[in-house]
Design a protein around this ligand. Structure first.
Ligand code: SAM
Length: 224
């Protein structure tokens, strides 16, 4: 019952990790990893009562009580030092929310050995946060699942010095130029081109909006 998206996230979790899945909802991801013996312990963190109940139900159904702990709390607040968590997953949320959760967790000065993040939006915001907060992006990928493009970022403690272009598009994406990645940015380029055409027809080709869309389109054309 794991989506392609969550299966790809699971692939990046190292063998034997002690995992927190923040915003776990049904806890499908940690349950899958435990049932496949890839990991031995996980926390399913949830800020909301309903999703926490979903996690609880899944844990009982999969007979994972004791190895998968559902905990109610905001972001990293569910993690205690005694848990010895080394890997954090935050998936299926907007990039701004992921950044906020990372930022709040960072106040405890805890660095995780592995961060696996799947922002639905604002991916460059998350890449930038990682660079500023001494996490080195070590891998990334883009996939198409159920009609949507999804990006996954993998980071470890370390320093990087990526350019704005690399933070926007992803340094590994830029190197690999994977077909899925090109298709996503081609679709974005097509969307911008349509907006530009509409503005031209409305005699708005000297507007600020037109200039902005044109600049965005150029930025994409330079990389794909
Ligand atoms: N991670 C799963 C996935 O990728 O399929 C579920 C994603 S679901 C769309 C997002 C979940 O994050 C919701 O269940 C929501 O309650 C939870 N959430 C939102 N903000 C949170 C926070 N600050 N701390 C913990 N969980 C949060």
């Amino acid at each position: 019952n794991l989506s392609n998206r969550l299966a790809r996230v699971a692939d990046f979790v190292p063998m034997g990790a002690r995992l927190v899945d923040i915003g776990s909802d049904h806890a499908y991801l940690p349950a899958h990893l435990l049932l496949n013996q890839k990991i031995t312990f996980a926390i399913a963190g949830e800020v909301a009562q309903g999703p926490l109940q979903n996690a609880q139900n899944e844990i009982e159904k999969a007979e994972l009580t004791g190895r998968l702990e559902p905990r109610l709390g905001d972001g990293f607040a569910v993690v205690e030092p005694v848990d010895q968590i080394d890997t954090a997953v935050i998936a299926g949320m907007g990039g701004q929310l992921i950044q906020k959760i990372l930022e709040q967790g960072h106040h405890d000065h805890i660095q995780y050995d592995n961060l696996i993040l799947q922002p639905n939006t604002d991916v460059s915001t998350v890449r930038t946060w990682l660079q500023v907060h001494h996490y080195a992006l070590i891998n990334e990928t883009m996939l198409f699942d159920d009609g949507h493009y999804y990006e996954i970022l993998v980071a470890k403690p370390g320093e990087t010095n990526f350019t704005q272009q690399q933070l926007t598009f992803g340094p590994f994406n830029l190197q690999n130029k994977d077909a899925v990645w090109i298709a996503k940015w081609q679709a974005e380029l097509d969307r911008l081109q349509q907006l530009l055409d509409t503005l031209t027809k409305a005699d708005q080709s000297d507007s600020i909006a037109y200039q902005n869309y044109q600049k965005q389109a150029q930025t994409i054309q330079e990389v794909i």
